[in-house]
Unconditional design. Structure first.
Length: 147
């Protein structure tokens, strides 16, 4: 997670932060990596939580199917998010979450990224809701090289 935060802060610094960007950096220092752990975030003024999981276990290794699990916004009739790369352009994918009792869920494939490169993904809520979650993945080649 420290690498994740370092990448987020480093990317903002590299772009030459303005006052607004510096404020974003300060807020992003507490960003939670939703990769297989519940993270909390305020979405449109409501406390929510999300995690990203895979059938493979503790690490999101691309390419793989992922499950987005979300708790909160009980009053919502529907929820839609946009998934995109944060540190690398990977296109963007709109995903409809389905209500599962008092939570929401979606299954979607996660594309492969450049070998030997950790990827930071952004999940941004689409109107009428606003807010963002982040998670990381690594490629299959990197995982095979670890003894």
């Amino acid at each position: 997670m420290a690498t994740f935060i370092g990448l987020m802060v480093g990317l903002k610094w590299f772009k030459g932060p303005s006052d607004n960007q510096q404020q974003e950096v300060d807020q992003e220092e507490e960003v939670c990596d939703a990769n297989n752990q519940w993270c909390e975030q305020t979405i449109s003024g409501h406390q929510t939580s999300m995690r990203i999981s895979t059938p493979e276990g503790d690490t999101v290794i691309t390419p793989t199917p992922i499950t987005i699990e979300f708790k909160g916004l009980a009053e919502a009739e529907s929820l839609r998010v946009r998934m995109s790369g944060y540190n690398m352009y990977m296109g963007q994918f709109d995903i409809d979450l389905q209500r599962q009792g008092d939570s929401w869920q979606a299954n979607t494939p996660l594309p492969s990224c450049t070998p030997d490169h950790d990827m930071i993904w952004r999940i941004k809520f689409l109107p009428p809701y606003t807010g963002t979650y982040y998670f990381t993945s690594t490629d299959q080649v990197t995982e095979e090289k670890i003894p």
